[in-house]
Design a protein around this ligand. Structure first.
Ligand code: PLP
Length: 369
């Protein structure tokens, strides 16, 4: 992996914004509710270790990741807080988790038996049972299986530490499906003789818009980064979100082209008059979507159109006048009173802010302030 340290394209991450978002969320939670910061996918592109450390210092008491290797990298960096892997880890790798004190998500009785048959772990494996109440992704769907899992978890091989579910529509205005899932959750967890330490059902959206039903821990993801989990669907928020990341670069080449001259692959853009065109060193290989032709960036406090196709490593911008190379260009962030949010980029690209942020390539250097 090569990081572009000697160029001006960077993702600038404001760690204070992470702290502020966590503290604002903490303020709406009751004291008995813990927060696990979700730092999967390189901290939603922001940098896994920096975000994990900031979140723990700001009041999170644990971390969630998607895959075991993310958890191991946090342990290797010295993080001792509880870490939960949200995805399914193969039983063949689970001994590593047990010995590193990492909690795994388990979604079937077979998994527990398979692990018990092969593990050589020196410590009990910490398990959170996933309950599939309607997400249809992973987890137990029948109370008999939940009961059987609880019996198996009584073995010395395991420490039964959590039970959770995940909502499919917590970010939508229609709450019918959410309520149906919640009812199923109550039925399926009713099969347990004793609830484990952590009972958790909230992602960001659930914690923002369905707070009263939260268990005793929330899995706080996209909103910690200052983004609205619903995109633009629900604008009312219990507190103001502070986006933590700005994606910026500089003009590296500026020229004037005559009317009739074309720009970029496919010659899909042709100048109508004599125009100033700036080139910036960022493209789809940096994670900026190829479909962004016609959208805009900010230069000198103004919106400037992306003209011609976005290339792999570069793209072109129409400038209102001649600007010097080295002029700052903001792709996500603000200049003066103009703002481009990750959600704006996502709306234009036909996706969600999560995908925009997690797509920022490893080669884009992260800078923290
Ligand atoms: C990714 C994930 C989260 C975090 O979701 P946000 O919408 O970013 O808050 C929570 N729970 C599970 C199971 C996840 O996979």
């Amino acid at each position: 992996m090569v990081i572009g340290k000697n160029r001006e394209t960077k993702l600038v991450v404001n760690l204070q914004a992470i702290t502020d978002n966590i503290q604002h969320e903490r303020a709406i939670l009751t004291d008995d509710v813990e927060m696990f910061a979700v730092v999967k996918a390189n901290g939603y592109g922001h940098g896994i270790l920096e975000i994990a450390q900031t979140a723990l210092a700001a009041g999170a008491t644990g971390l969630c990741v998607a895959i075991l290797d993310e958890a191991l990298s946090l342990r290797k960096a010295g993080i001792t807080a509880p870490i939960l892997v949200l995805g399914i880890t193969s039983p063949a790798f689970a001994t590593l988790a047990a010995d590193a004190g990492i909690s795994l998500t388990v979604g079937s009785v077979d998994w527990l038996q398979d692990y018990a048959d092969q593990t050589t772990a020196k410590q009990p494996l910490s398990v959170h049972l996933a309950i599939d109440t309607g997400m249809g992704r992973i987890g137990f769907r029948h109370s008999e299986d939940v009961k059987q899992a609880e019996t198996l978890l009584a073995s010395d091989l395991f420490s039964f530490d959590g039970v959770f579910t995940h909502f499919a529509t917590a970010d939508q205005t229609d709450t019918k499906y959410f309520e149906q899932q919640f009812k199923t959750w109550q039925q399926l967890t009713g099969a347990l003789v004793q609830l484990p330490k952590y009972v958790h059902i909230s992602n960001s959206a659930t914690s923002l818009w369905h707070l009263p039903v939260t268990g005793n821990m929330i899995r706080f993801g996209v909103t910690m980064y200052g983004l609205n989990p619903s995109g633009v669907a629900i604008e009312e928020l219990p507190y103001q979100l502070e986006p933590a990341a700005e994606l910026e670069t500089q003009l590296v080449f500026v020229k004037q082209i005559p009317a009739g001259a074309s720009v970029s692959y496919g010659a899909t853009y042709t100048a109508k008059t004599d125009e100033w065109i700036g080139t910036v060193p960022i493209g789809y290989a940096d994670g900026y979507p190829r479909c962004m032709q016609g959208f805009h960036v900010l230069i000198d406090g103004q919106q400037c159109e992306i003209v011609g196709r976005v290339c792999m490593d570069q793209m072109m911008i129409r400038l209102p006048k001649q600007y010097q190379t080295g002029t700052k260009v903001t792709l996500i962030g603000h200049q003066g009173n103009q703002t481009i949010g990750a959600t704006d980029v996502a709306e234009y690209a036909g996706t969600i802010n999560y995908e925009i942020m997690t797509s920022v390539a490893e080669r884009v250097q992260r800078v923290y302030r």
